[in-house]
Design a protein around this ligand. Structure first.
Ligand SMILES: CCCCCCCCCCCCCCCC(=O)SCCNC(=O)CCNC(=O)[C@H](O)C(C)(C)COP(=O)(O)O
Ligand SMILES: Nc1ncnc2c1ncn2[C@@H]1O[C@H](COP(=O)(O)O)[C@@H](OP(=O)(O)O)[C@H]1O
Length: 379
């Protein structure tokens, strides 16, 4: 099979196979350990994955521009950038429409699907036993944050309650205060729990509404549940992987050839990072003309970290400026790893919700790159 056909196969299969691998890991009982590493509020998820289209755009375009030069064919270089820009624009519009919003005041497609299949922004704060509902926000931190926000909204609108609501209002505020102060279950009776939940739901939708998107619901401490919720993470990681692999086909051969041609230079820069150990330096200070103790300590303890930092800066600049394909591949591996974690985290979504997120990204990127396959094959 030619390298182009191999690359085609990898491009088409890597994301579905990664999701399938996640399911197999779960099926064979190894999912628990992986799920333990997953943190919704962690730096990787909050800064990189959730803002992944920004990072993917930045790194992808830096590579497209850095490797655009085709020796003696500036016209072809420009045509390639124009084709990449067209593909990128289609995928960016699709990313925005599917995850951010279709138009002003109209939610994204993933949320419209959810709402039209019966989904809603719920406020089931207390369960039937009068305890805080474990499924309400999924973690203590998020539950506390949501309850504090609900408490603020109810307190802010305390005077807007009519006589009939006043009693329910004070019971709701009191119960939430109990939980916030003791972080344990409030003294809410089973019969009162449903009424308090319903009152909180009505108040939040009245004062903070409309809560018709997952972003609004999450922002105002609600629980987005009850409909078919396509997985935004599966959609986003698939879209990013397909874009990076698709554009890698344009410049990958040239980029990797350039990287291979400079392999010894890069290897030297990496080994110099470790060639600064204090013991190594101390031994080198001995030699024919031994140095004073102070001078040896300076050479052993101060110069190595400075030399290491300088070597690290040189290596970073070399990769960022001359071999950004290394950063692109690191990003690709990160998105695939996050896709695997999302597939393993079965308690977030059903299989069908994962599949709909995957198909939403896969179909559009598949059409975009299949259409250009002929042009890409000539690369
Ligand atoms: C020839 C020159 C070409 C020039 C190209 C320039 C490239 C550099 C910059 C391009 C920027 C493109 C636009 C990208 C903007 C961003 O990504 S900003 C981040 C916006 N996203 C968020 O803030 C996260 C919002 N959250 C979500 O979208 C969802 O949580 C989720 C991540 C989709 C997950 O969905 P859920 O199911 O709700 O969890
Ligand atoms: N790989 C991952 N790492 C961390 N959190 C993840 C994740 N995949 C999904 N999640 C979290 O699981 C929830 C459902 O994700 P999605 O609907 O995108 O599949 C989201 O929570 P929040 O939206 O409350 O942050 C998301 O942050």
């Amino acid at each position: 099979m030619s390298s182009s056909k191999w690359f085609n196969a990898v491009h088409l299969l890597v994301c579905p196979v990664t999701v399938l691998l996640g399911y197999l890991i779960n099926a064979y009982g190894y999912g628990t350990a992986l799920q333990a590493t997953l943190n919704k509020d962690g730096l990787v998820n909050a800064v990189f994955v959730k803002k992944g289209w920004f990072w993917t755009s930045l790194v992808g375009w830096w590579c497209i521009i850095r490797y655009r030069a085709v020796p003696g064919a500036t016209g072809r270089g420009r045509r390639r950038i124009a084709q990449s820009l067209k593909r990128y624009t289609i995928l960016t519009v699709w990313w925005y429409v599917f995850t951010q919003g279709i138009w002003f005041g109209v939610g994204p497609i993933m949320d419209l699907v959810f709402v039209y299949t019966g989904g809603h922004c719920h406020y089931d704060v207390f369960d039937n036993a009068g305890h805080v509902n474990q499924d309400f926000q999924g973690s203590v931190t998020r539950t506390q944050r949501a309850l504090a926000l609900i408490h603020n909204v109810l307190t802010l609108h305390g005077d807007d309650q009519d006589h009939h609501e006043k009693k329910l209002w004070s019971r709701s505020v009191g119960s939430i205060q109990d939980v916030l102060q003791t972080a344990e279950s409030a003294n809410v009776t089973a019969s009162a729990a449903a009424g308090i939940n319903s009152f909180i739901h009505d108040q939040m939708h009245r004062w903070q509404g409309p809560l018709t998107t997952s972003a609004q619901c999450r922002r105002f401490g609600g629980h987005w549940a009850g409909g078919h919720d396509p997985s935004g993470h599966v959609f986003l990681t698939t879209l990013m992987c397909m874009f990076l692999l698709g554009e890698l086909r344009v410049f990958g051969r040239r980029a990797l050839a350039h990287l291979y041609a400079q392999k010894w230079h890069l290897l030297g820069m990496v080994t110099r990072l470790f060639d600064t150990g204090p013991l190594w330096t101390w031994r080198r200070c001995g030699g024919a003309r031994p140095m004073s103790c102070g001078a040896r300590l300076w050479r052993a303890l101060v110069e190595p970290p400075v030399a290491c930092a300088a070597a690290l800066l040189r290596l970073t600049r070399c990769i960022a400026c001359d071999h950004p394909v290394v950063v692109l591949l690191a990003l690709l591996v990160t998105w695939l790893w996050q896709l695997l974690l999302t597939a393993v985290a079965s308690h977030f979504h059903t299989v069908r919700e994962h599949i709909s997120g995957l198909l939403a990204a896969y179909l559009v990127t598949g059409v975009v790159y299949a259409r250009d396959a002929a042009a890409l094959r000539l690369v």
